[in-house]
Design a protein around this ligand. Structure first.
Ligand code: NAI
Ligand code: MG
Length: 352
């Protein structure tokens, strides 16, 4: 029997529905996981004035991993929900890697014409602790004629180097190809610095073939020539945008998982779908649970349970490939729970 203690934060909207399905599937492959649920959410914010209690970080610190649904709901500004929960957890726990694998799953269609699974298999490594998502700045002369806003970016030597090195390590394990997202023509301080760190780290990896592309051209490359790309490393903002784009050109947001990872393993890592709380379909029971289930598989992998993780992954591929149980985003009529049940049943069979 395993002894893993897992915190779940289902959050808001469809985060609640898809987290329930991920828990169901993980219980089916690895009995005995000890779950503790925290109801931190926008609903809690509206009741108490904060997204999580003041000692929220300490409460989470003792867990082996965190499974997060999604936070954000109309009525609470997005910067409140994000900075009140998600970003503090990522930063307090040294989760400086946001890992977002994007691939075309069996039985699903790409938004791109004539593209198959061999063309669409990317790993986006997003910087998750600094960069453009910074609290430095503010509004000046508010309400007066000279009103202006400053939003600073922070690129530290340590922060750039460790994420770029992490991406080189992944590229070396996979295809040996790494593309860095830059914008050194427009952002004349931060991005030339990012590029120079990239070049310095590259010198340690002679076996990895590198490209550096402006993020706008790279966005076009993902649409036009995804087969030429494999691992992509980007700053917090660029990685965020590119991973939604990459998810959209494969089977859609309902299928893309992510991990907020502390490679030092000093703190719990946190796993979640790339998508948000989808208020437009919340409460209807039709959200696609696959992204969250695959995030659960990434969590098992990080915990060292690679056989169970592989069973979940294969079960997702088998069920989607069979094409009988699909949620509406994939062109079917199944509910969130029906797809979760089918994947859990298949995953359990694979473990027997
Ligand atoms: P979203 O990802 O929630 O939804 C975008 C579109 O994709 C919607 O049409 C939605 O119905 C669809 N979609 C997303 N996930 C789906 C799924 N599993 N199955 C089927 N369809 C799905 O992004 P949006 O609308 O920009 O944000 C909604 C809220 O979520 C906001 O409050 C935002 O701040 C928050 N958010 C939270 C994130 C997190 O907790 N990590 C990440 C992104 C957004
Ligand atoms: Mg995003």
């Amino acid at each position: 029997m395993n002894r893993y203690r897992i915190a779940t934060i289902p959050g808001d909207g469809i985060g609640v529905d898809v987290t329930a399905e991920a828990v169901k599937v993980l219980d089916a492959v690895l009995p005995g996981l000890a779950w503790t649920e925290f109801d931190w959410s926008c609903a809690q914010y509206l009741r108490t004035g904060s997204m999580m209690p003041p000692d929220g970080i300490e409460q989470l610190a003792g867990f082996d991993a965190i499974l997060l649904g999604a936070v954000g709901f109309p009525g609470v500004p997005d910067h409140v929900s994000l900075w009140g929960l998600l970003i503090p957890v990522r930063r307090a726990f040294g989760q400086y890697v946001n890992l977002r694998p994007v691939r075309l799953l069996p039985g699903t269609e790409s938004a791109l014409r004539d593209r198959g699974a061999a063309d669409l298999d990317l790993l986006i490594v997003r910087e998750n602790s600094e960069g453009e998502y910074s609290e430095l700045g503010g509004i000046h002369n508010p309400g007066r004629p000279g009103e202006f806003v400053l939003q600073e970016s922070v690129f530290t030597r340590v922060g750039c180097e460790r994420i770029i090195r992490y991406a080189f390590d992944r590229a070396a394990e996979r295809s040996g190809r790494l593309c860095s997202a830059t914008k050194s023509n427009g952002l004349i301080h931060s991005m030339p610095y990012w590029d120079s760190v990239f070049e310095q780290v590259a010198a340690d990896y002679p076996g990895v073939e590198t490209r550096q592309m402006h993020v706008d051209a790279l966005a076009a490359e993902i649409v036009l020539h995804p087969d030429r790309l494999d691992v992509i490393v980007g700053s917090n903002l660029f990685g965020d945008i590119l991973s939604d784009l990459a998810a959209a050109v494969t089977g859609g947001l309902g299928l893309a998982p992510s991990g907020n990872i502390d490679p030092a393993r000093e703190h719990p890592s946190m796993f979640e779908a790339v998508h948000g709380s989808a208020p437009d379909i919340a409460g209807q029971g039709i959200a696609d649970p696959v992204a969250q289930i695959l995030a659960g598989a990434m969590m098992l992998d990080q915990l060292g349970e690679s056989a169970a993780a592989a069973a979940v992954d294969t079960a997702v591929c088998d069920v989607l490939g069979a094409g009988e149980v699909r949620t509406p985003d994939l062109g079917g009529k199944a509910t969130t729970a029906e797809l979760g049940d089918a994947i859990a049943e298949r995953a359990a069979a694979l473990m027997r």
